[in-house]
Write a protein that binds this ligand. Structure first.
Ligand code: HEM
Length: 492
């Protein structure tokens, strides 16, 4: 009868012990004299309570008080936040050697995810894998007509699926994410999946769930010991099981593909290129990196491009004047008898400006991927020790009133000069910059352009009656819009 009580006592005692230990550690950590200042935090929790939701907004607000380089405490872990174009370029470009690593997150270490590219620490192995990935994506057609053909084909499948939903309110999240994931699949394994394919649907569901779980289980990155406690430990367990299932699913897809390819042929998929490179021993690629690289590409390439397009559509249905202008430009330059092509881009400045504005007003990776310092360094006069986490606040850059007039307004014309020609702004950096700049930038730009133009050539999008759009977003690994429905009306 006393057992539950005893267990309760034991848990309380362990918790008190852990907390005391954590407070002790927190108080003992010394910072260099020139360490950046930051907002006061709580013992043990640091600034976490203020950052639990919409961290990008709070960090942007703190920039106003503490400047372009300030510090926060994420539980026990120190982090430095870098905002503003000059400070970001100074860190990521001029001091790239010091600022290009990744923090060692517990969840990533536990599922071996540091074997991939995205979370691999800066160093020789990352350089080999990055070089391999860049040249392979290029040989698989990234930035060329081969890739363009694949994307246009996918756009056609996507628009056919859209036609089936025409004139009825629906949420196009899954359809859109499946379509952009197919582009990665066709590069990785030379194959696209039907949208209803059960293996593909399960893989997509798991990738999406993993994105959500990573945030729910993030507390374990900060206090790994909590994984032993029932309620907090549950998402951790689910995360570990899910990671294993995604790994297995990708593994199952690869061998079937490899069997059907002859390694002596020209490598035109990532899997072939990897096999060839290992066979020729030309690149001494890090062990086990293939599957983790594929998981990275699927994760990094799907949620980002998919959510950018979802944000874009939300802004277009609420700014019908912009949608009409893009369609008018498309009608004039491309017409309706052939699909838009990348070669049309220079003649579609308003369309291009609209895509840039979509990426600016809702930065889909608002705090970039976390960086970490490789050695003791300095930034804008502040001293930052080796091993400090660094958050690059791309949101603050895109919302900086010093760089953009009326930054909260959706206004594509800010990217056009007086002659209606495209002009850029050096505070526009949706893909970040420096050595860890997005690997898929060229591919993503092609996807955004071709998907948006193909959709708007064929459909006009509107909100269902009574719908109330929400522009707040949900911050996970990416900033995604709240679920919403729209109507796709076939153009006459
Ligand atoms: C609109 C679409 C996309 C956006 C806005 C975006 C943005 C970003 C950002 C901000 C980073 C972090 C850079 C840094 O650490 O400083 C990143 C990294 C990365 N992205 Fe993208 N991305 C997009 C699409 C893609 C696609 C389609 C792929 C797949 C080919 C991809 C693959 C990667 C990879 C592998 C990294 C890690 C690079 C490294 O650590 O060396 N991304 N992306």
């Amino acid at each position: 009868m006393f057992e539950p009580l005893l267990i309760g006592h034991n848990i309380t005692a362990v918790l008190v012990g852990v907390l005391t230990f954590l407070i002790f550690i927190t108080c003992r950590v010394r910072k260099p004299a020139g360490y950046p200042p930051g907002p006061p935090g709580w013992p043990v929790l640091g600034n976490l309570p203020s950052l639990a939701q919409n961290a990008h907004l709070q960090l942007t607000a703190w920039r106003g008080t503490y400047g372009d380089v300030f510090s926060v405490k994420m539980g026990l872990q120190d982090a430095v936040v870098v905002s503003g174009k000059d400070a970001i370029r100074e860190a990521l470009v001029r001091k790239a050697e010091h600022f290009s690593s990744r923090p060692e997150l517990f969840l990533m270490r536990r599922n071996n995810h540091r074997n991939g590219l995205v979370m691999r620490p800066y160093g020789d192995q990352w350089k080999v894998l990055r070089r391999f990935s860049t040249s392979t994506l290029r040989s698989c057609g990234m930035g060329t007509g081969i890739m363009e053909d694949k994307i246009i084909l996918e756009c056609q499948h996507f628009c056919t699926a859209l036609k089936e939903k025409a004139d009825q309110p629906f949420d196009l999240t899954h359809l859109l994410h499946n379509a952009v994931a197919n582009i990665i699949c066709s590069m990785a394994i030379g194959k696209r999946f039907e949208y209803g394919d059960p293996t593909f649907l399960r893989l997509m569901e798991m990738v999406e769930r993993a994105m959500v779980l990573f945030i729910t289980a993030h507390v374990i990155n900060i206090y790994p010991v909590l994984r032993f406690f029932p309620v907090v430990g549950r998402p951790y367990k689910e995360w570990m099981d899910l990671s294993a299932s995604v790994h297995k699913c990708i593994e199952d897809i690869i061998p079937q593909q490899q069997k059907s390819q002859d390694v002596s042929d020209e490598a035109n998929t990532i899997v072939d290129a990897f096999a060839k490179s290992v066979e020729l021993n030309s690149d001494s690629l890090p062990d086990q990196s293939l599957i983790y690289l594929l998981i990275d590409l699927l994760g990094a390439g799907t949620d980002t491009a998919g959510n950018t397009l979802r944000w874009g559509l939300l802004y277009l249905v609420t700014h019908p004047d912009v949608q009409t202008k893009v369609q008018a430009e498309l009608d004039e330059v491309v017409g309706r008898d052939r699909p838009p092509a990348v070669s049309d881009k220079p003649n579609l400045p308003y369309t291009e400006a609209t895509i840039m504005e979509m990426q600016r007003i809702r930065t889909v990776v608002p705090l970039s991927v976390p960086h970490c310092t490789t050695s003791d360094t300095a930034l804008l006069g502040y001293d930052i020790p080796a091993g400090t986490d660094v958050l690059i606040n791309l949101w603050s850059l895109h919302m900086d009133p010093g760089s953009w007039d009326n930054p909260d307004k959706f206004d594509p014309s800010r990217f056009l000069d007086g002659n209606g020609q495209l002009q850029t702004n050096d505070s526009f950096m949706p893909f970040s910059t420096g050595r860890r700049v997005c690997l898929g930038e060229q591919l993503a730009k092609m996807e955004l352009f071709l998907f948006l133009t193909n959709m708007l050539q064929q459909f006009t999008f509107t909100l269902p009656e009574g719908a109330r759009p929400n522009f707040d977003g949900v911050l996970g690994v990416t900033l995604r819009p709240h679920p919403y429905e729209l109507l796709a009306v076939k153009r006459g």
